[in-house]
Design a protein around this ligand. Sequence first.
Ligand code: AQP
Length: 335
Amino acid sequence: MYKDKKVVFSGVQPSGTLTIGNYLGAISNFKKFSDDYRCYYCVVDMHAITVRQNPAELRRRTYETLALYMACGLDPAKNVLFVQSHVSGHAELGWILDCYTMFGELGRMTQFKDKSAKNADNINAGLFTYPTLMAADILLYQTDLVPVGADQKQHLELARDIAMRFNGIYGDTFVVPEGYIPQNAAKIMSLAEPTKKMSKSDENENAVVRILDPRDVILRKFKRAVTDSGSEVRRGEGKDGVENLMSIYSAFTGKTMDEIEREFDGRGYGDFKAAVGEACADKLTPIQDEFNRLMADKAYLEKVMAEGAREAAHDTLRTMSKVRRKVGFTEMPRY
Ligand code: AQP
């Protein structure tokens, strides 16, 4: 085995300003692996173009997402932080794995169905093969563990199936990855429609709380969050809105759901929503300060990007060479 540490890989699309869903479901968990694992955290810009993007905004958000990784505590000296399109192995392996992924499997992906419904005028082939590129992202680094939100479970299962299929045909080639889905806050729901996932590309600003929203905006958004006609802060049937706010509060404060029910017993939604907003803003303020500091130093961000890409690209060489040989490609000529 050439790996001296187990490997963690995860990515976030720069397809909008990140939400507390992205933070609680994914990024806030990344740091805990940095000491004991070889960690690759990628800004997956190639995934983002499956939906039409404004090029200047995509570029800006790519820098922002990298800066947010660092502002959330990811030290570039301990984690490989990089941009997907800077490492050509992702596209290369993505194509090869397309040829080992079945049309029917991709057609069953719920994200494809949701995103095709949302982008009916642009149901492109990339949207369809998105999960294969994600499998390539993961398998390229012989990843053991993938920290993601619950919405990515189906894609992760597919990545495992593809790895096992490839290994079945050619012998052991890829590590079959496991998911790491947090127990709490694995799926933060929209504040406007609490049966729908909170998504950074949601056009309704009141549905999402963004990591970079100022305190007054955060407080206002929580104040307006959809609940129900009752007044009790507790879980239960028809209480999706309240339960979502409870899990956000729980994730930001570390309190259990039972403790939260006791804390707000008889106090009504007004008090509760204000407390959720305060807890969220308190957690995000230092991240925002660090983000602003990092964004003011573009040269440093570019240095991190370049170093991350160099390390990541180097680490893909062995797997790519093995895969190319196994599928029957001839030796790469030197040119
Ligand atoms: N609402 C959520 N709750 C918990 N985790 C979430 N994640 C996303 N939304 C929630 C997790 O964030 C990571 C990065 O997601 P992504 O950018 O790769 O794509 P996504 O899952 O499609 O996220 P969005 O915010 O919904 O983006 P758009 O609107 O562009 O499609 C993943 O680990 C994801 O599970």
